[in-house]
Design a protein around this ligand. Structure first.
Ligand code: FAD
Ligand code: DHB
Length: 398
């Protein structure tokens, strides 16, 4: 079947879903295709922390009704090291800025529900196969796929947004030699659990420990989310629930404080990587979110970066469709400024808090010195707070 749309969007993660909504607000048609099922997209456990700029963007775009009821606003974090736990007060350090704990699964459910309500059942095509993009260096790029019932579609577009994550097809469609990439692997992974137990803390705890990093986060007043640094090639089968809880208790140990345990609802291991690919545009193809860049999760930047990209991309595409290429020409450079800031911040948080296997004792002393500086100096604490709470995002209607 041969059809036409204004913007073809590959990938119904946070970037693709929010982009199709921001375009619809501007009266721009899009076709959004996704290789996974709706149920899979809505259940995939990932990020949990929204910067206040992301919350403002979702509110302006009319997407925050449930977020405003169920999101948990947090005005700081704890940094734990050397047997001490210190509070970093974001509100005080950044003139009132905060973050909101609201799971990526919930953001994705809200976005999918809204797109289907506004655009009808075919606003998103789930469970497609054999996706391809072509003619990217013309003003009629083409999106091709086979739908769930086996029908092949060829869609002529004005522009294509590659929102298909790190392992997608869009970034590799850019001719070799036209992309610069920067990549750093880390010699550890995160084992994450979702547990049916109230959080044992009022704010997230980032813990430095000789045995490795640990993070206590949450999803709701009754559900906790916790992470442990493990070896990069670790097998989840080696981590029965009792071992996970024992190791978490050891890394968060503090006199007079107890980690509450509960049934584990989900567990998985995530590798860590920093990756940036530039430019984020080739002809009429625009990359957004994880398709263009990945950060290690320490600092919770990945989802927020995906939102910031599409907040810049939506008005740039609107201008492009009206014959003005200037905002589209600036898209990549505008986004990469924030991307590099978050790439540095995530790398800095990661290397300050994790134990490098085989590292000598000097690494720990340097990390502890940096952590003492962060909790002891208003200047250093303010730098962490301003990066963590994030920088301004273009408004939804700009
Ligand atoms: P994605 O969410 O990856 O969405 C891309 C979508 O494209 C997916 O639905 C995928 O199925 C689809 N797709 C792929 N290929 C194709 C194709 N060929 N055709 C059509 N569709 C396709 N960030 C944090 O801040 N904190 C965390 O704790 C955290 N944990 C994470 C754990 C994991 C396992 C991963 C992978 C990421 C994690 N992140 C975390 C990062 C954060 O979740 C991502 O930055 C965020 O999901 C980026 O959104 P996106 O829409 O750009 O990409
Ligand atoms: C969460 C994930 C992070 O990477 C982080 O730094 C903070 C919280 C989370 O999943 O809740």
């Amino acid at each position: 079947m041969r059809t036409r749309t204004q913007v073809g969007i590959v990938g119904a993660g946070p970037a693709g879903l929010l982009l199709s909504h921001l375009l619809a607000l501007r009266g721009i048609d899009s076709v959004l295709i996704e290789i996974r099922s709706r149920a899979y997209c809505e259940a995939r456990q990932r990020a949990g922390v929204l910067e206040d700029g992301s919350v403002a963007l979702l509110r302006e775009a009319g997407l925050a009704a449930r977020l405003d009821r169920q999101g948990l606003e947090h005005g700081g974090i704890y940094l734990q090291f050397d047997g001490e736990r210190h509070h970093i007060d974001f509100r005080e350090l950044t003139r009132g800025r905060t973050v909101t704990v609201y799971a990526q699964t919930e953001v994705v459910k809200d976005l999918i529900a809204r797109r289907l309500a506004d655009g009808g059942d075919d606003a998103i095509e789930f469970s497609v196969t054999d996706t391809a993009v072509s003619s990217l260096d013309t003003d009629r790029p083409r999106l091709s796929y086979t739908d769930a019932s086996g029908v092949r579609h060829e869609i002529d577009c004005d522009a294509i947004a590659g929102c298909d994550g790190f392992h997608g097809i869009c970034r590799p469609a850019i001719p070799a030699g036209l992309q610069a990439t920067w990549e750093r692997g880390y010699p550890y992974s995160w084992l994450g659990i979702l547990a049916d137990v109230p959080p044992s803390t009022d704010e997230l705890i980032y813990a430095h420990h000789p045995g490795g990093f640990a993070l206590h986060s949450l999803r709701s007043p009754s559900v906790s989310r916790l992470y442990l640094q493990v070896d990069p090639d670790e097998d989840i089968a080696n981590w029965p629930d009792d071992r996970i809880w024992a190791e978490l208790s050891r890394r968060f140990e503090l006199p007079g404080w107890t980690l509450h345990r509960g049934p584990v609802l989900d567990k998985s291991i995530t590798p860590m990587r920093s990756f940036v690919s530039a430019p984020m545009r080739y002809g009429r193809l625009f990359l957004a979110g994880d398709a263009a860049h990945i950060v290690p999760p320490t600092g919770a930047k990945g989802l927020n970066l995906a939102f910031a990209d599409v907040a810049v991309l939506a008005p740039a595409l609107e201008a492009l469709l009206h014959g003005d290429d200037k905002p589209a020409a600036a898209y990549s450079a505008t986004c990469l400024q924030r991307v590099w800031r978050s790439t540095h911040f995530s790398w800095w948080m990661t290397t300050m808090l994790h134990h490098t296997p085989g590292a000598d004792e000097m690494e720990a002393q340097l990390q502890l010195s940096q952590l003492r500086y962060v909790v002891g100096s208003t200047a250093a604490a303010t730098s962490l707070a301003e990066n963590y709470t994030g920088f301004a995002v273009p408004p939804a209607a700009s």
